[in-house]
Design a protein around this ligand. Structure first.
Ligand SMILES: NC(=O)c1ccc[n+]([C@@H]2O[C@H](COP(=O)([O-])OP(=O)(O)OC[C@H]3O[C@@H](n4cnc5c(N)ncnc54)[C@H](O)[C@@H]3O)[C@@H](O)[C@H]2O)c1
Length: 433
């Protein structure tokens, strides 16, 4: 039984930068009828139900109970004190004219002081941070913020979506294994607990679903996953699947489906926003690189198809180039191999807008996590892999990167929640007398 989405849904965001402000401004603009929520499945997507002959294709939001945009309220944390209007102007993603029309609503959203330590994101210099130096005290301060926000805004439910910067690369270790070891680590200021993990801890401990839009380790540790599973908590991660990786997970399954070989895939990006500046540091780039590289290996399965993919050379580069701002340019050179080993090439030049692609993902993750919690689901929400570059999965499972399989999983999960038949696409029954 899905509980109805009555009352207000508070969407809390650590990191009110380009993605977050584009998301918030977008929802407010849509609410006012100034624009359309393009790219969002919760707002524009339809879903087929039953047999093809039944012709039932409702909007997803008419099929399951989702929070309406009118019921969403926004809050967040940042280490710069700018309100959301100022931050959106600085991010230079949306037109000033559009921002001017919604200025009062955006100005009213002011960040709370961040949990931030510069050793985890070395290019950031903001000073609007919490004063406590102990990580457990910082987590407790976040939990007080969460409680206060809920009360002040009269929210029925909350969700949290991390839109903060990419942190330095951290691997899972002993401190991350159990809630006891994590809490011990928080009390002892363990260096393997970065700020994004402190937010994730505060969220799950407060019963707030948490999605991780960056490649940070954050909620992808047994301590948090198991706690969420056992306590009706919700986690999803990691790293919004937007520009180049979105293209990769659209194209690679298609080439593989036709047994076309791939010898090399060279991907390079130039971007000039703050994210690009943070990723210009090798320690932060490493976190992103790991997230971006895993995709092809899983989709192509070279061990099963050695003649096609054994020698694949895959390289990903990100270069900070200020003149491009948020308008990232992603180039791909793909060396493919056809019948009898004849080589061919595909070139992609994707002139994308990073935050324009990421904003609808924030919305869908927020609304679907809220749905998951109202439906009594708990733990990792693998059905939300569709939105993520490095999907978090249960122990012993490999992540599914193929966008089309991810979409089927998402649709089938929605059908399952709504008590509808799952669709296998077998379709033989149409041809039976
Ligand atoms: N835009 C995309 O297409 C895309 C795709 C995948 C992932 N991401 C990830 O999403 C995140 C946000 O991207 P963006 O373009 O908005 O970056 P951004 O630099 O514009 O915004 C990030 C914001 O987070 C703040 N921040 C950093 N650490 C924080 C902390 N500990 N607490 C609170 N605030 C903190 C920064 O001050 C900044 O305002 C990044 O991690 C990025 O890698 C973005």
């Amino acid at each position: 039984m899905i509980k109805e989405a009555n009352g207000k849904l508070g969407i809390l965001i650590p990191g009110l930068g380009a993605v977050a402000t584009t998301f918030i401004a977008g929802v407010i603009a849509v609410r006012k009828g100034l624009s359309h929520p393009i790219g969002s499945l919760t707002q524009m997507g339809t879903i087929r139900l039953g047999k093809r002959t039944e012709k039932r294709n409702p909007l997803i939001k008419d099929m399951v109970s989702l929070a309406s945009l009118d019921d969403c309220v926004f809050g967040g944390w940042d280490l710069y004190p700018d309100n959301v209007y100022e931050a959106a102007v600085n991010a230079k993603v949306l037109d000033k004219d559009l921002l001017a029309e919604i200025k009062p609503e955006l100005e009213a959203i002011k960040p709370m002081r961040a949990v931030f330590q510069p050793e985890y994101a070395k290019r950031l210099t903001g000073k609007f941070v919490k004063k406590q130096t102990n990580k457990m005290k910082l987590a407790q301060s976040l939990m007080r913020d969460i409680k206060k926000f809920k009360k002040d805004n009269n929210c029925d439910r909350l969700v949290m979506v991390w839109c903060g910067s990419t942190e330095i690369y951290i691997e899972e270790s002993k401190v991350h294994q159990t809630m006891e070891s994590l809490e011990e680590g928080l009390r002892n200021n363990d260096p393997n607990i970065p700020p994004s993990m402190i937010y994730a801890y505060a969220a799950v401990k407060s019963g707030v679903p948490y999605a991780n839009g960056s490649p940070n380790l954050s909620c992808d540790i047994p301590a948090i996953v198991n706690y969420a599973k056992e306590n009706g908590g919700i986690v999803a991660g990691k790293d919004f699947k937007t520009g180049q990786t979105l293209m990769k997970t659209i194209l690679a399954p298609g080439l593989k489906a036709r047994a076309i070989g791939i010898k090399g895939w060279f991907s390079t990006n130039i971007l000039g926003n703050r994210d690009g500046e943070v990723l210009d540091h090798p320690d932060n780039f490493k976190t992103k690189e790991v997230s971006k590289l895993s995709v092809l290996e899983q989709i192509l399965e070279p061990e099963r198809h050695p003649e096609l993919y054994k020698d694949l050379y895959h390289k990903v580069r990100i270069n900070y180039y200020p003149p491009h701002g948020d308008n990232k340019e992603g180039w791909d050179n793909i060396d493919i191999v056809g019948w009898l080993g004849y080589p061919m090439q595909i070139k992609i030049d994707f002139l994308c807008r990073d935050s324009i692609l990421a904003a609808p993902i924030v919305l869908d993750l927020a609304l679907f996590m809220d749905l998951a919690q109202r439906s009594g689901m708990s733990g990792i929400q693998e059905w939300l892999s569709f939105y993520l570059k490095s999907p978090q999965v249960g122990k012993g499972l490999y992540p599914q990167h193929d966008l089309f399989k991810q979409k089927e999983k998402l649709h089938n999960t929605l059908r399952h929640l709504a008590g509808e038949d799952l669709i296998t696409h077998l379709g033989l029954d149409y041809y039976e007398e």
